[in-house]
Design a protein around this ligand. Sequence first.
Ligand code: GAL
Length: 669
Amino acid sequence: MTAARPWPLGVDGIAYGGDYNPEQWPREVRLEDIDLMREAGVTLVSVAIFAWATLEPREGEYDFAWLDEVMDDLAGAGIKVALATATASPPPWLTRHHPEILPLTQDGTVLGQGGRQAYAVTSPLFREYALRMTRVMAERYGDHPALALWHVDNELGCHVPHDYSEHAAVAFRGWLERRYGTIEELNAAWGTAFWSQRYDSFHEILPPRAAPTYANPTQQLDFARFSSDELLTHYRALRDVLREVTPQIPATTNLMLSSATKWMDYFSWAEDLDLIANDHYLIAAEERGQIELALAADLARGVAGGDPWILMEHSTSAVNWQPRNRAKGRGEMLRNSLSHVARGADGIMFFQWRQSKAGAEKFHSAMVPHAGRDSDVWSNTVALGRALEALAPVHGSRVLSRVAIVVDYPSWWASELDSHPTQALRYNEELLRWYTAFWDLGISVDMVPTGTDLTGYELVLAPTLYTVRDQDADRLAEAARAGAQVVITFFSGIVDENDHVRLGGYPGAFRDLLGVRTEEFYPLLEGETLHLDDGTRADLWSEKTHLEGADAVRSWADGPLHGWPAVTRNPTGEGAAWYVAARPTADGLEALLTEIVAAAGVEPAVPGLHRDVEAVRRFAEDGTTYLFVLNHSDRDQVVQVSGREMLTGTDVEGAVTVHAGSAAVLQES
Ligand code: GAL
């Protein structure tokens, strides 16, 4: 159970800090920063992320004086640095001399200088400049006592997940040649006999740029795979320079795991990151945003393979980029932070340390707000620092869940392509709906990629696993045979990895496991709902499903499929395989999941809590357990516990009240 991944050097306990952009401030402010960081208990800051143009104002001419000073000041204060490669945004001189490095959108628009991230990740020339800058940073600061971690680029793919430039076309062809070997193989995989799309050579292939109508779906799917791989390739190239110059320093890049980030298959990136770092921002308009936050945190833990990870960015209060940027409520910043810790984060950081005075993000909150020290935000910053200090023993402990949700980025990409039975299906909405149902039952889940050995879980859910390879489908069957309740939802197992339909009836890959055969989909129209025979309703989807060994658990109570099964269960080995061929509304879903959870014998961390009280446990190797209770509701919650409440340092026994909006962390005895 010991953490397998490296950790920022010299950072103990729970790391605390944020992005630090001293290039925006004069010396006297930077000196004050050091004092304030000490006051808040900051231990780790990310520096120089967007500093390329300041560090190299003209090609080949460097100005390191200010950064030398900042690094020395931080080292003097005992604060460690996640130092950036400074490559996240090319300086204007570079794009002026070499506009060919700029990215191109699908409809042919060149994305220009003046914002950030104005580069095509596939441009060999940009790569050369980025590698050079990375080497310069590594050679200058590799031995600096403040250096704890390399922060490669920044949120790779955030603004430009897909580039359609000529550079991208060349790289895409290379990627395809490596994948398929011959053009005949590609033609077969892409099904190019359709619509006269046959290619005679790889030279004819383009990225799926704007076309008169639907582009070849396999071309689109492969372009998504390629684009995720290219961003990773760029990371790897920079990381390799860092490894060569500073093999002792771990390297990472900040991911954007959330229910909204679609285009990077982070599971496939995990191996290349020494430790997993994630950025997460609450969506203010989301009434119960803490659930999506928890999903993102569980995903980060999943990508980390269960090892501790760092929350590299979130916000102390409002952001600047949503339509309406709500300030966080009382206790919210602490609860948000502790929810990440509860789900495996051993570092809590923010964008950013000091709120900017100028630039596009001046209205984005920070740890030091415009208002200064006399503010709620600053008090919260200091209070969080104290809380994390008190939680130092939690570092290295793990979350152990008995439920797994299989998450698959290629299925996300492919299930939402055009020309499908419905355009209203959103993979991430399905994920969040089921996740919410688990949350409401108080049950913690692991988010795992396909290919994981699932046999240790009591309950395994695969929502809309649209594209699946045989060996990955087998993993689900093995889990059922080993005793798990396996739940597969509609539009799963439909195609192989080339997006070719598995013939003979849906859901092709899972027909035998589920004991069903669907002959036709019956998607619902916008606003249309149908009744299920338990009195609840369902929307979006229905299908004509024959029972071939399974039992009906729910049937349609009206509509064209009246009397046909909507949810089925097929006993398999020691377990069972459930097919949810419907999309029940929230109440129906919760009722159904309650039955499934009962069959699996899975219990909540703490039974009987209000649904907006989050309770998650972390387990240490020495047998100690840490119970996080976060009360997101507007009512006080009494919890039966005994042990030591770590935030207040008091011993507790029996009934403990966690006040509305507040949090408790129990070291249980
Ligand atoms: C992130 C980014 C930060 C900052 C932040 C604002 O996407 O990495 O640099 O822009 O968003 O929320």
